[in-house]
Design a protein around this ligand. Sequence first.
Ligand code: HEM
Ligand SMILES: [Ca+2]
Ligand SMILES: [Ca+2]
Length: 329
Amino acid sequence: MASCYFKSSSFCSILVVVVLGVLVGFAGRSSAQLSTNFYSKRCPKVFSTVKSVVQSAISKETRMGASLLRLHFHDCFVNGCDGSILLDDTSSFTGEKTAGPNNNSVRGFEVIDKIKSQVEKACPGVVSCADIVAIAARDSVDILGGPSWAVKLGRRDSKTASLAAANSGVIPPPSSTLDNLINRYKAQGLSARDMVALSGAHTIGKARCSSFRARIYGENNIDASFAKTRQNSCPKTPGSGDNNLAPLDAQTPNSFDPKYFQNLINKKGLLHSDQVLFNGGSTDSLVKTYSASAETFYSDFAKAMIKMGDIKPLTGSQGEIRKNCRRPN
Ligand code: HEM
Ligand SMILES: [Ca+2]
Ligand SMILES: [Ca+2]
């Protein structure tokens, strides 16, 4: 061992092993490892700050909880949970906000801005926008009566966004088949079980007529009176009433509960992509399980949210901590 100046060669071997171990440890740490205690020294107030803003936003408008949850999903499925969806378009840059799945549909940016400005006051330059979205999604579910979980943190923010990626189908459209849904989630490292559990997010929030028109006018696996009711506020002709809203869960649109899965069993799924989860295929039995057990649904949903939040985060020295969530520093 030419570079070892100690007399005992076994001591040298141990030294080499220890040094290598430390180096590998550092490398491991800087590569994509989120942790629940990431801000416990850096910004202990982050949780109370996020929660109070989310709470007041939901008190003003219950739907905002749903919108914040969806924001995390649409961020994570496009190049990972990196806050890319938050970037505004400029004269020289087009981000993800006008992508098909997002345009005139995703909401909650003002709430994220409000959280960010309060968090910046408490701990300037420390907490990423991507982490704020992940915490806000968790708090929304919790406040609306669903499960809670320990959010993993330490994501950093992208310096860019991808309109093309957001339009590429990585965010599945409501016309998706079951196979398509399963494959899209698989491509993100999520199982079919994760996919069904996460679809339970449609127990809250609303959809536009243009997202469910084809189903309420053209499909057979739909309860006839439910279809009629929805048709009353969603005209058949494309272009008319496109933005009219209906609740994704007709029973309890403001509560995070398993009613969404009961709706599917009753052929009252609003989106085509909802009803395919219970249509004689491989996920029928899981829908039944979730409809009958809030406990199982909640536990699987929380696990799947943690997995989704782990999709390709920027960590270590990658990306940046944005000062303003709408633009790179
Ligand atoms: C399984 C594939 C999914 C499809 C095809 C899908 C599709 C959709 C569509 C079409 C809407 C209505 C958008 C509009 O008309 O403006 C919607 C709303 C919503 N989605 Fe999904 N989604 C999926 C998965 C998820 C996941 C994984 C989450 C969260 C974990 C989620 C959360 C929501 C929420 C909360 C809303 C209501 C938002 C609001 O009221 O502002 N969705 N989804
Ligand atoms: Ca993203
Ligand atoms: Ca509900």
